[in-house]
Design a binder for this molecule. Structure first.
Ligand SMILES: Cc1cc2nc3c(=O)[nH]c(=O)nc-3n(C[C@H](O)[C@H](O)[C@H](O)COP(=O)(O)OP(=O)(O)OC[C@H]3O[C@@H](n4cnc5c(N)ncnc54)[C@H](O)[C@@H]3O)c2cc1C
Length: 327
């Protein structure tokens, strides 16, 4: 018998409940302060690692929790319901960085990075630049082969987790004559010579999440730190984003659910004309309409994630859920 999309297995249910309790008990009391100070509370980060939320679908023999991609989606939704900044923090780690390394890294790179990413290493994904956002292949960051190492030069912009990360997947063009087929992905550690984190954006939303510029000035990257093959960066970038898009959908569903719950609670608490706002049918219609939209978006996100876990085509569904979340 087929299982309805929103029915969780025992493991998924247990996992979602533990994410929810952690978000409510540990993160919620800090949200206002973190937003005001535009800074993540550093004390929460080791707890996220201890709970296994930074390596959800990394295999157990590499130090992870051996969960599914769908479980990453559940975690992102639950954390975002309470705090969108920590929501995007774990989202980038799981659905972009860990995901790309699990799929494209060689065995040595997997053994080197995945256990650390599950234990205490924060990751970031550095594709965008000032002149290259939606048009990602127009990136101006350059790489040069210097025999036993590469030299990277250029700037990246709006990089999530930049302040907390110890490893960055950086996309640079190694052979501009080949156009986008020169784009190569590099694993760059924050203490590599020539690497620096620049200005942090002062944002209107997800203020506690760090979104920064990266500066690469003759940044020296060991030969063994190409992720996948040279010239395959465009494929890695696009295919990782196709999957990461599902995580962004989960963030939006979590944020919408959290907002809805605040609104519904307030409508019950606030009285006007002698009764709670929630007794007025105009308010009930609004709550019903938004609850329906959130449930529709959740179904699309869950379906895309479950299709990916089932190794079935999910591109169209991932793109559709990303359109629906803008509504
Ligand atoms: C909070 C935040 C965190 C981020 N984190 C990361 C990160 O971790 N790593 C990373 O690499 N990047 C990150 N980014 C960058 C993000 O990926 C880019 O903002 C995104 O790719 C859009 O690029 P852009 O901002 O340059 O907008 P543009 O590409 O310049 O788009 C501007 C407008 O034009 C529209 N547009 C673009 N192309 C078309 C088209 N063909 N037809 C019609 N309309 C079009 C867009 O919809 C948009 O409204 C982050 C951005 C933000 C805001």
């Amino acid at each position: 018998m087929s299982t309805p999309l929103t029915v969780l297995s025992d493991d998924e249910q247990l996992f979602r409940d533990s994410c929810r309790s952690f978000a409510e008990d540990r993160i919620k009391p800090l949200v206002h302060k973190m937003d005001e100070e535009a800074k993540l509370d550093k004390g929460i980060i080791p707890e996220l690692f201890d709970l296994g939320l930074m390596g959800i679908h990394i295999p157990e023999d590499l130090g992870g929790a051996s969960g599914s991609f769908f479980m990453s989606v559940l975690a992102v939704e639950e954390i975002s319901r309470v705090d969108a900044s920590f929501g995007v923090f774990i989202d980038v780690q799981n659905t972009l960085v860990n995901n790309a390394i699990m799929r494209w890294a060689n065995d040595d790179q997997k053994k080197n990075y995945l256990p650390r990413l599950a234990r205490d290493l924060v990751g970031a994904y550095a594709l965008s630049e000032a002149g290259s956002g939606s048009d990602a292949f127009a990136l101006a960051c350059r790489a040069a082969d210097r025999g036993d190492h590469f030299i990277l030069n250029g700037r990246k912009l709006w990089i999530t987790n930049a302040l907390e990360a110890g490893v960055f997947i950086v996309f640079a063009n190694l052979n501009p004559d080949e156009g986008y087929k020169g784009i190569t992905a590099f694993l760059v550690e924050s203490d590599f010579p020539g690497f620096a984190v620049g200005k942090k954006e002062d944002k209107l939303g997800i203020r506690a999440s760090s979104t920064c510029e990266l500066i690469l000035e003759d940044c020296r990257v060991p030969k063994g730190n190409v992720l996948g093959e040279p010239g395959k960066g465009y494929k890695i970038a696009i295919e990782t984003l196709n999957e990461g898009r599902i995580g962004i959908g989960a963030q939006m569903v979590g944020i919408a659910q959290g907002s809805w719950e605040h609104g519904a609670a307030y409508a019950k608490e606030r009285k006007a004309f002698g009764k709670p706002l929630s007794d007025f049918q105009a308010i009930q219609f609004q709550l019903a309409e938004t609850a329906t939209q959130i449930e529709a978006a959740r179904l699309m996100v869950y379906n895309a994630a479950r299709l990916k876990d089932a190794k079935q085509d999910f591109l169209k569904e991932a793109a559709m859920q990303s359109i629906s979340r803008r509504r």
